[in-house]
Design a binder for this molecule. Sequence first.
Ligand SMILES: Nc1ncnc2c1ncn2[C@@H]1O[C@H](COP(=O)(O)OP(=O)(O)OP(=O)(O)O)[C@@H](O)[C@H]1O
Ligand SMILES: [Mg+2]
Length: 218
Amino acid sequence: MSTDRGVFLSVEGVEGVGKTTAIGMLEALLADRGIETLRTREPGGTPLAEAIRGLVLGAGAEEPVTDTTELLLMFAARAQSVAHVIRPALEHGQWVLCDRFTDATLAYQGHARGLPLRRIYELAEWVHGDLWPHTTLLLTARAETVAARLADRAGGPDRIEREPGSFFERAEQGYLALAASDPKRYRVVSTDGSLEALRADLARLVDELMAPQDSETT
Ligand SMILES: Nc1ncnc2c1ncn2[C@@H]1O[C@H](COP(=O)(O)OP(=O)(O)OP(=O)(O)O)[C@@H](O)[C@H]1O
Ligand SMILES: [Mg+2]
C-alpha cells in the first residue's frame, strides 16, 4: 500500500509494450492536475542500483548468470531503490511512478524462470515489508504488436531480452495471473490501440485515483 501521503504506482508488462510511454503520459497527466511526481525504474533509480542493473542485464555469456544470482541482484537493487528513492518520495507526498517493481520479479524470475514464488514473496517481505504499489498498471498487447515495436528499435537486446519468445509468453501469463489474483491493485490496459486511446485510459485511471483523495480532504 501507499504510505500516509504519496501514492505508489508501478507500471508493468513485457519489453516494448509501452511502459516508458505510459509513464511519460502519467507524469504529464498528474502535472496537469498539480501533483508532484517522482519517476524511477527498476532495477535502478540510485547510482548503485543502476550499476547493479548494468551487471544483471549486461553480463556476457562467458559466465552464465544463475537464476538465483539474478533474483538476488534484483532485490539488492530494489533494497537501494526502496530505501533511497521510493520511501523518501512517498514520505514527501510525491506520487511515485515506478517502471517495474516486485511484480516483475514474480513474472520473470518466478513464472518465466521457474523460481519458487514463495521465495520471492519472502524476499519481498524482507526488502520492502508491507510497501507494495497502491496501483499496478499492467500493460498488455498482442504479440505481433510488440514484435513490430521491438523490430523498429535501435540498439541490441540486453541479456534478458535475448531469451526466446516462450520466456516472454510465460512472463506475460504470470503477469495476467498476478492481475487476476489481485484485481483491486492491478489495472490491466491494452496498448494495441493508438497513443490517444492509451492517454484517455490513463486519464480515467488518474481521475479515479484522485477521487478518494479529494473526498478525504473535504
Ligand atoms: N498505444 C500505444 N501504447 C504504448 N506505446 C505505443 C502505442 N502505440 C504505439 N506505441 C509505441 O510503442 C513503443 C513502446 O515503447 P516503450 O519504450 O514505451 O516500451 P517499454 O515497455 O518501456 O519497453 P522496455 O521494456 O524495453 O523498456 C513506443 O515507440 C510508442 O510510441
Ligand atoms: Mg521502457
